[in-house]
Design a binder for this molecule. Structure first.
Ligand SMILES: [Zn+2]
Length: 398
């Protein structure tokens, strides 16, 4: 996911000072709602359309747990979700759920139109929750991460609650298992029949391309599911405490991997998540100036950066890596949010020395209510090259 700038407008100045400790139990009264939106000037453009969409029935609560005023969207699934559920969605991977922030991400018209076409929470739940077994409860706003994760995986990854005509194979092998549900009047046999008929209509119209992709990969998923179950379930249990915006500014004097130059790009990874910049062709001093966003898990792993040279006909060449401990930045962000001091100040620094990879001190600053750190690193495991990045810790309440 890439972001260009933070929409501070939408905060109305009320929610921006909240403490990271309290992010997951934020006071809903501090958040922006439809009433405030009505008087908002930006009712046109993608953000305006998005805000109008949020006011529609069903979109005012999280599609998965019912928390009020959700500020996150799964663009691929077409649902508005709360911050807690968004963490689970992220752990499913972008091939299942591409999560965007209503306020932090820059939205295109096309993205908003995609969301409008999908119909919002009510339409999505009619599909994805058509057939919930009686013995399974939908999570509530205060449900545990385990309960939330289990439900969201069943709903969107395993497609266990799809209406009968959407099912490729019935997850419940026992006749009548789901027949008690009011919206599920189907028999499992017809679902299997449907599978065969769908094969014959390849190329025909599909309600959801993503759903089709999953139907196609169902057999593979079944065999892989056991092997990956453990790691997947662990990933889904991760609760996020904040977000880190990483501006990958530039690379300098990078290594040559093609004849005289390279086509560099950067992969950022934090725990299970990874994002990458665009490729800049034929440039050993690339300026990406590209902002990427990652969720910060409760147990904070190092932020890893890997630089590669993009090749078309062979595997990409390695151009060095670097690692940053973001714990001090997160701690500084927590400290600043419980402090009443609002003046710009230095909150800490990562001091350059012979023993680390810093080109200069990485100073953590507090300016305009934002906690940032600029870092310039010598790339490791490569002959040369430095990487400049800027980090910002963002409260989840936005
Ligand atoms: Zn939720």
């Amino acid at each position: 996911m890439s972001i260009q700038q933070q929409n501070t407008d939408a905060n109305n100045g009320s929610g921006s000072g909240s403490c990271l400790y309290d992010l997951l139990c934020a006071d809903p009264s501090t958040s922006w709602n439809c009433h405030q939106r009505d008087g908002h000037a930006s009712s046109s453009g993608p953000k305006g359309k998005l805000k109008n969409l949020m006011c529609q029935s069903g979109n005012g609560i999280c599609a998965d747990c019912g928390s009020s005023d959700p500020k996150w969207v799964s663009l691929s699934l077409g649902v508005f979700i709360c911050i807690k559920c968004s963490g689970v969605h992220r752990s499913l991977g972008v091939h299942i759920s591409k999560v965007l922030s209503v306020n932090l991400d820059e939205w295109t018209d096309e993205q908003v139109d995609t969301l409008v076409d999908l119909g919002g929470n009510d339409a999505a739940n009619l599909k994805y929750e058509a057939c919930i077994p009686d013995n399974l409860r939908k999570p509530k706003p205060d449900s545990s991460i385990e309960e939330r994760s289990d439900y969201i995986r069943r709903k969107y990854e395993l497609h266990q609650f799809l209406p009968s005509d959407e099912l490729l194979s019935c997850p419940y092998p026992y006749p009548g298992f789901c027949s008690s549900s009011s919206r599920c009047g189907n028999s499992c046999g017809s679902a299997l029949d449907k599978k065969h008929s769908e094969k014959q209509t390849a190329g025909g119209h599909r309600i959801h391309g993503l759903g089709q992709a999953f139907r196609n990969s169902w057999r593979r998923k079944e065999s892989e599911h056991k092997a990956t179950k453990k790691s997947n379930s662990l990933a889904g249990m991760i609760e996020f405490v904040g977000l880190i915006k990483v501006n990958v500014v530039r690379g300098t004097n990078l290594a040559v991997r093609d004849i005289v130059t390279s086509d560099p790009y950067v992969i950022l990874s934090l725990g299970h998540q990874s994002v990458k910049t665009r490729v800049i062709k034929n440039n050993l001093n690339p300026v990406w100036n590209e902002q990427l966003m990652l969720s910060i898990p409760q147990t904070i792993p190092p932020l890893k950066m890997l630089v590669y040279d993009k090749d078309t006909f062979k595997p990409d060449d390695f151009m060095g890596d670097a690692e940053i401990d973001i714990q001090p930045l997160v701690s500084a962000a927590k400290a600043s949010e419980i402090s009443s001091i609002r003046e710009p100040m230095q909150l800490g620094s990562w001091v350059a020395s012979k023993d680390n990879t810093l080109v200069r001190d990485g100073i953590i600053t507090f300016v305009d209510g934002k906690v940032k750190q600029e870092i310039s690193l010598r790339l490791q495991n490569v002959e040369k090259g430095t990487l400049d990045i800027e980090l910002e810790c963002v409260p989840l309440t936005q």
